[in-house]
Design a protein around this ligand. Structure first.
Ligand SMILES: Cc1cc2nc3c(=O)[nH]c(=O)nc-3n(C[C@H](O)[C@H](O)[C@H](O)COP(=O)(O)OP(=O)(O)OC[C@H]3O[C@@H](n4cnc5c(N)ncnc54)[C@H](O)[C@@H]3O)c2cc1C
Length: 399
């Protein structure tokens, strides 16, 4: 809680100005905090009288020691009427394995779904010591209420020390809800994870527009929870010799617990599908000059068996939907091949595609930052180069 020392407070009002949540007001010559306070500490840092202090409940070592093990939420997606783990589940499982080994603890994957759940033994082949399978007819599709209730109950019972989620749309919804319900810390969108000497989870994520990397720990609460960007970490190879341990967890859930209803599922058009899982991405930037030129870029993508994507600049121009935006405020991608066409290489773009296996950049500016991370750079006018490239691909295909 935020403690304000009335003896020291001189009602200068600096804390009021510094509070981003409007949680402090000055009445009767003293500052008072209200329920909007998030304990962010901004007011403490500005008070010239040192009148403010955040009092946190110190967790004893005995309490911390009750929490053991690394859990990941293995999100599943529908394929051919079955629900199987998403690619990101294997990526975070691999990180979870690394941390569990460092801590000398178990790695557990939690899956939520109904009878369509399948291939969950693959989670053991990719590193899980056990899978907790929570099946219920009301978990057949994602709902914030249903998934939060069930996962919170599993966490409360099992007491893991770390819980990781993929930073997918559902993961970004579920993780903060569970954290709020259980009063936990949460770091969103991590791009690096580690364990420090005290066994705490080190969570690193870009901050301030990607210009700095912030390293965050959660010393006061357990489990420590984080969402992890898809396509940042590689998934380990499957090892089918690993033992499969699947435990069915009884689930109690009723329709009354879930405030939302699924009315209809609308599949995205093929182009807008899953740039995060595409093997080849052909990404266009403002340097493509005009929306009509995207037809040629799209043609190149088709010829290569790839998918069109783009920078935020062309999303803001209305040339492509946000679902195709690569970068910090779009999607993080990790294809085998990434074409950056007329893209300058701003840090917010690069942070979303730098884990691509091969990067080919076409830009007429030889000093464009994108060339610093490109495996192959072509300096020139993309509007001239792309048609020639398409011609050449067609020629090779005919041969
Ligand atoms: C908080 C925040 C979040 C952001 N999130 C994202 C994000 O998720 N994704 C993202 O992409 N951006 C993001 N941005 C914006 C980012 O900073 C850049 O403004 C954006 O990436 C620039 O897009 P661009 O490279 O297409 O355009 P520009 O920076 O305008 O670059 C155009 C490039 O095209 C080249 N060019 C021009 N004509 C030609 C030609 N005929 N042939 C070849 N090359 C040519 C130019 O030399 C130039 O390098 C974010 C910004 C902020 C502040």
């Amino acid at each position: 809680m935020l403690r304000i020392d009335n003896e020291k407070c001189n009602a200068c009002g600096l804390c009021v100005k510094s509070c981003p949540f409007g949680a402090i007001d000055v009445n009767d010559e003293v500052a008072r905090a209200n329920e909007l306070c998030t304990l962010c500490g901004a007011c403490v840092n500005v008070c010239p009288q040192a009148a403010l202090e955040i009092e946190r409940r110190q967790v004893s070592l005995e309490e911390l020691a009750q929490y053991r093990g690394v859990f990941i939420w293995a999100e599943c997606e529908s394929r051919d009427a079955r629900d199987t783990p998403k690619k990101v589940a294997y990526e975070i499982l691999t990180q979870g394995r690394r941390m569990a080994d460092k801590l000398g603890e178990q790695l557990c994957a939690v899956v939520l779904g109904n009878d369509r759940l399948s291939e969950i033994e693959n989670l053991c082949y990719h590193g899980a010591d056990r899978v907790l399978s929570c099946r219920h007819e009301l978990l057949g599709h994602y709902s914030s209420d249903g998934f939060t209730s069930v996962l919170s109950a599993v966490i409360a019972k099992e007491k893991p020390s770390i819980v990781l989620y993929g930073a997918t749309p559902n993961g970004r919804d579920l993780a903060p809800r569970v954290a709020a319900r259980m009063h936990l810390g949460l770091t969103a969108d991590c791009t690096e994870l580690g364990i420090d000497e005290q066994g705490q989870l080190i969570q690193t994520r870009p901050a301030f527009g990607g210009n700095i990397m912030a390293t965050i720990i959660s010393p006061y609460t357990r489990p420590q929870t984080a969402t992890v960007r898809p396509n940042v970490f590689a998934a380990a190879e499957s090892d089918p010799t690993r033992p499969v341990v699947i435990e069915e967890v009884p689930v109690t859930l009723s329709k009354a617990n879930i405030r939302t209803r699924l009315i209809e599922e609308i599949r995205l058009e093929s182009e807008a599908e899953k740039i995060d899982e595409a093997r080849i991405l052909v990404s266009a930037g403002r340097g493509c000059q005009d929306q009509v030129n995207l037809d040629t870029i799209r043609k190149l993508a088709r010829k290569l068996g790839g998918t069109l994507a783009g920078s935020r600049a062309i999303v803001e121009l209305g040339w492509i939907p946000h679902s195709l935006q690569v970068g910090q405020s779009g999607t993080t991608v990790g294809p085998d091949l990434y074409f950056a066409i007329g893209i300058s290489g701003a840090v917010q773009h690069v942070v979303g595609m730098s884990s691509s296996k091969k990067i080919i950049a076409i830009n007429k500016d030889p000093d464009a930052p994108i060339f610093k991370i490109a495996d192959l750079g072509i300096v020139g006018d993309a509007l001239v180069i792309i048609p020639k490239l398409i011609e050449e691909i067609e020629r090779i295909k005919v041969q």
